[in-house]
Design a protein around this ligand. Structure first.
Ligand code: LCV
Length: 263
């Protein structure tokens, strides 16, 4: 029986600024397929309505901004993060949106939501926010473009620590390593973010769009050989068909610590 994908992302346009709010209360704003499709759709609608800047926020009440990919919707019988999957589609839509996408963060950010946040162009957070990338907790193979997002944002050194430990990076360290652009008090977050977005709308939309697309092209400017690509896919296949991955997902659902065997 197909579970109905939960939660939603709602959007509104205020002059040249588009606002997307993630809401999935019962699952700590986990990024369900529904939410990811909503975000992608809203970004495309904003583009068609001449929006210059987008703000992505969550109904987090200052605790969990987003618990990451909805684990209940992670497939066990195929690559969980392949090119056409909703999360990857949403990340590419953020990268290709012809204007800055600002993530307004007032809680903890986990897994795929951390990838979504760092794929945004500017991150503004409160002192209690934190960022963790967690595939190793689920026995899941992350994907090459996702790893590249982290290398580009924080550098290979910190990216390795984030992936290998899956430990949250707190707000101060997130500012130091380049995840956050600014830390502002909770009661100033919306006004500070709004003011930045508003200031950007005063500049040339065309120039901003072309500069953003150059950032995207240059930050993805890596070449790998067909053999290297096939090797990456082969290695990842071993992981997403492993007993570890099944154990990681099962342990989460059974609310217990996983017991990984490395096969
Ligand atoms: C579905 C959830 C989730 C959730 N999905 O509240 O990075 S990758 O590669 O792994 C990628 C594939 C990815 O993004 O995977 C997901 C990575 N996310 C995580 O590892 C975070 C998992 N969640 C947690 O560690 C905790 O829920 C946090 C710390 C976010 C919040 O803890 P808290 O004690 O406040 P609960 O754990 O009690 O969760 C409240 C409800 O939300 C569900 C969880 O199953 C529970 O549902 P029930 O009330 O029905 O039991 N939930 C939390 N995260 N990612 N559902």
């Amino acid at each position: 029986m197909k579970l109905l994908s939960k939660g939603q992302a709602v959007g509104r346009i205020d002059d040249k600024i588009g606002i997307i709010t993630i809401a999935n209360k019962t699952s700590r704003n986990a990024l369900s397929i529904k939410i990811l499709s909503d975000i992608t759709r809203l970004l495309n609608e904003f583009q068609n309505n001449n929006v210059t800047v987008v703000i992505i926020k969550a109904e987090s009440a200052g605790k969990v901004w987003s618990a990451g990919h909805d684990i209940n919707e992670l497939p066990l019988d195929k690559d969980p993060l392949s090119y056409f999957d909703p999360l990857e589609e949403t990340l590419r839509t953020i990268q290709c949106f012809p204007g800055p996408v600002i993530a307004m963060i007032d809680g903890t950010v986990w897994g795929g939501a951390c990838d979504l946040a760092i794929t945004c162009d500017i991150l503004i957070g409160t002192p209690n926010c934190s960022f963790a990338i967690t595939p190793v907790k689920l026995g899941l193979p992350y994907n090459a473009t996702g790893i590249l997002h982290f290398i580009n944002r924080v550098g290979i050194n910190v990216a390795k620590e984030m992936f290998f430990t899956a430990n949250p990076i707190d707000a101060n360290r997130a500012l130091n390593v380049g995840i956050l652009n600014h830390i502002v008090p909770d009661d100033k977050l919306l006004s500070f973010t709004w003011e930045m977005a508003n200031s950007i709308t005063k500049h040339s939309k065309l120039s901003i769009a072309v500069i953003k697309e150059q950032f995207r092209i240059l930050s993805n400017a890596y070449t790998i050989s067909p053999e290297a690509f096939e090797m990456i896919q082969g290695m990842r296949r071993k992981v997403y068909f492993s007993k570890d991955y099944i154990e990681g997902i099962t342990a989460f659902k059974e609310k217990r610590q996983p017991n990984f065997t490395g096969v």
